[in-house]
Ligand binder design. Structure first.
Ligand code: NAP
Length: 322
């Protein structure tokens, strides 16, 4: 076989393997590769202090439990104190080596900006340091675009974007002062695609990518070392549709997810997210078919990911909810 034939064969085989991986994996190729061959989560997270917002249920709860298995010290925040205490108890049972003081239950309404500094002071008082902030608290939305009230846009951005930025600004200054730290931000595949019937939510997640892309460049230009990992899950099993915003102020969507829905488990999502953080990936995507594939298309081939792929997403979305 001459050199040209060999080159063409390698290129074609490589391309087919790449397509196969995109179609079959439940995360982007890099995240999947690191989940198999990357840093040991045990070694990376052991004794690290990790603050998770929105840890009283869903993905945040799963992150706390996965971290407890890897012996991290945890700060778990949200508004529902009973649920946080339950998560703490379950983490202690899972870990076996953790003691009561290794998990700080820190009630926090993210939209109460005035309480952020005080909450962070409590973290430092309790653990003496912070290594990783995982900004996970957030709410979704189901609404027709033209019916969304301005107040809903504002309230949703207040929680999903502005409160998150405010807390990250406080923590970033601390990370600069100690010369270490890691910011992890829970976005969504809705931060990469125009997901129908979730306009304010999709807008809020896109906004996070913009804000943190700027920060990443500023950090580099200041020659500081604070990695930022943006996590983009597709549909995940959690109670998040129940409390999702609608188009009307004060209204919640109120529907639960069904066991038959096409969604990733919160546990798998947490594991892949922690893989991304440990290996300092800038972005990691995780989802079942077709949302991961749609994300590839809209990221790399936006002219192909047109209305047809959105139609496909709409049908899957609708069949998840009806
Ligand atoms: N589930 C999915 O399909 C999916 C997909 C992609 C991305 N995500 C993202 O993942 C994150 C977690 O969602 P989830 O699916 O795990 O939903 P979830 O179970 O409803 O969890 C949301 C968490 O955010 C907290 N939260 C809500 N409002 C808050 C506030 N004002 N202050 C502080 N905490 C607040 C909730 O706690 P309290 O109610 O106790 O305050 C809860 O712990 C969100 O950012 C969401 O956008 C979810």
């Amino acid at each position: 076989m001459d050199f040209c034939t060999l080159l063409v064969t390698f290129t074609v085989v490589g391309f087919l393997v790449w397509i196969f991986a995109i179609l079959c994996l439940d995360s982007d190729i890099l995240t999947f590769a690191y989940s198999c061959f990357g840093k040991s989560l045990d070694r990376f997270y052991s004794r690290k202090v990790v603050w998770i917002t929105g840890a009283s249920s869903g993905i945040g709860e799963a992150l706390a439990k996965e971290l407890a298995k890897h012996k991290a010290k945890l700060v778990i925040s949200a508004r529902r104190i009973d649920e946080l205490n339950r998560v703490k108890q379950e983490c202690l049972e899972l870990s076996k080596t953790m003691t009561d003081k290794d998990i700080l239950v820190l009630p926090l309404d993210m939209t109460d900006y005035a309480s952020h500094q005080h909450a962070f002071t409590k973290v430092l008082k309790h653990f003496g340091e912070l290594d990783i902030l995982v900004s996970n608290a957030g709410r979704s939305q189901r609404a027709n675009w033209e019916e969304i009230e301005n107040e809903v846009d504002k309230e949703l951005f207040d929680l999903n974007v502005f409160s998150l930025l405010a807390l990250n600004r406080i923590v970033l200054k601390y990370f600069y002062s100690v010369g270490k730290g890691h910011l992890a931000v829970m976005s969504s595949v809705a931060g990469k695609n125009g997901i129908p019937f979730s306009a304010s939510y999709t807008g809020s997640k896109f906004a996070l990518h913009g804000y943190f892309a700027c920060l990443r460049n500023e950090i580099a230009s200041k020659k500081m070392s604070v990695p930022i990992t943006i996590i983009c899950p597709g549909p995940v099993f959690s109670g998040f549709l129940k409390v999702a915003f609608t188009a009307k102020k004060g209204q919640e969507f109120g529907q639960g997810v069904r066991a038959t829905d096409k969604r990733m488990s919160a546990e798998r999502c947490a594991y892949l997210s922690l893989t991304g953080i440990a290996n300092e990936l800038e972005e990691c995507w995780m989802s079942l078919f077709p949302f991961l594939q749609l994300t590839y298309l809209s990221h790399y081939q936006p002219y192909i990911a047109g209305r047809q792929s959105l139609e496909m997403a709409k049908h899957v979305w609708a069949s998840n909810e009806n």
